[in-house]
Write a protein that binds this ligand. Structure first.
Ligand SMILES: [Fe+2]
Ligand SMILES: [Fe+2]
Length: 416
């Protein structure tokens, strides 16, 4: 619905209203999925321009296709809105040099900029918008007095360009911060790394796909470094350690106080993978200790940190314990819980804290800081997968024995 009698300023007000409605929708969606208030969009103010642009794409298109039947009209709206999202995604990547959204892990996507599911969703929204919302909003805006509309539109335009300029600058400094972290990662302290990432928390909440961008950029360098270490571990240490139990006096001297601590012993009561958490962390600690000793690293911190890496006293299969809040995901939350428990009962150094906090990397965003942490993280994954496989094999063989017994019971002559 367009009206040639209305001045340009009325359309600016309409644009502002639709950007604001878009912001409200995005805030609901983001806040609901992240369970906290999220100021959506890349602008600081409560406006999301892509919704305004989308609304105008639909309004202009409707002007030309209003005589069409409903279904072809929906198809035309869907195609135009998808095309618009693709173009804006492409331009955002060129202008900001950042992918603000990324659908590449969704099915039927094109270059990660559009995907079938969201295109259908936008089409539905656009149809509701053009049939119900726009006629209502348009008639109300058109009835406003020009003496109010003109200054309001000018004020909005000035505000918009100021906010846009600062927001683009903020995106640029975010990009620079990631580049800086990528270069200087191993020379910065953990606190500095966290401070830098936290200063962009709003952007990261508003565009969760940016976390993937950070992950890909920072982790690229680290993965290259890790590959050479992993090869040595595979060739030299795993083969040599096969089937051996911890026997070194020095190892027990290093971790003895933890192993005998009353609170730590409770880990024996919690099942993990195929045995208790106690036995899992013990294996990871000894394995990490041996690897770090081989590479002449701080094997004491590695052993202590690894021993405490899963120091959580609850059953992670049932989220009914007070330590793990109901809305938290165990995989991401337990390192923080383990750090708190470790600090409560022992004194831990920086390396040990880093080991515990980052042992789930790359599931957690911030990569480890110390070589010892990478080794424990690797040891944990390697041994956990072995524990899982062993448990799986055990269950399969139990199942087959049970089935065999049942068959024998049903047909006692079969084995004769
Ligand atoms: Fe863990
Ligand atoms: Fe673990």
């Amino acid at each position: 619905m367009l009206n040639q009698d209305l001045s340009f300023f009325y359309y600016i007000i309409l644009f502002a209203i639709y950007c604001f409605i878009g912001w409200v929708l995005e805030v609901f969606y983001r806040s609901f999925s992240q369970r906290k208030f999220v100021n959506a969009g890349f602008l600081f103010g409560p406006f999301v321009p892509i919704y305004g642009i989308g609304a105008f794409t639909v309004i202009v298109l409707q002007y030309f296709i209003q005589s069409w039947h409903f279904i072809p009209r929906c198809v035309a709206v869907g195609l135009s809105i998808t095309f618009m999202e693709y173009v804006i995604g492409f331009l955002a990547e060129k202008i900001f040099k950042l992918p603000l959204w990324n659908y590449s892990d969704r099915r039927f996507n094109l270059h990660g900029r559009v995907c079938l599911l969201f295109s259908l969703l936008w089409t539905g929204l656009a149809v509701v918008f053009s049939e119900f919302i726009h006629p209502e909003v348009f008639s109300r805006v058109a009835s406003l007095h020009e003496g109010f509309v003109k200054p309001a539109a000018i004020a909005f335009m000035i505000y918009f360009w100021v906010d846009y300029t600062f927001s683009v600058m903020s995106l640029a400094s975010f990009r620079n911060a990631v580049a800086y972290l990528y270069e200087e990662y191993f020379n910065l302290s953990n606190t500095e790394i966290e401070e830098r990432l936290n200063s962009f928390q709003r952007l990261r909440d508003a565009f969760p796909d940016l976390n993937q961008y950070i992950n890909q950029n920072i982790n690229k360098k680290i993965r290259n470094r890790l590959n050479s270490i992993l090869k040595t571990i595979q060739e030299k240490i795993i083969l040599e350690m096969e089937g051996r139990k911890p026997f070194e006096k020095e190892y027990y001297e290093t971790v003895g106080d933890i192993l005998q601590h009353e609170e730590f012993l409770k880990l024996k009561d919690y099942f993990h993978h195929n045995s208790s958490i106690y036995s899992h962390v013990h294996d990871v600690a000894y394995f990490s200790y041996r690897i770090c000793k081989y590479f002449k690293l701080d094997y004491r911190s590695a052993a202590r940190g690894a021993l405490l890496h899963d120091f959580f006293l609850y059953d992670w299969r049932n989220h009914d314990e007070p330590d793990l809040a109901r809305n938290k995901f165990h995989g991401l939350a337990h390192p923080t819980i383990a750090v708190a428990n470790a600090k409560k009962h022992f004194s831990i150094n920086d390396i040990e804290e880093d080991i515990i906090k980052k042992h789930m990397w790359p599931l957690t965003l911030v990569p480890p800081k110390y070589k010892e942490s990478y080794i424990v993280s690797f040891a944990d994954k390697y041994l956990s997968s072995r524990e899982f496989i062993n448990e799986y094999k055990k269950r399969i063989s139990q199942f087959q024995t049970k089935k065999g017994r049942k068959r024998k019971h049903a047909n006692p002559d079969a084995s004769k």
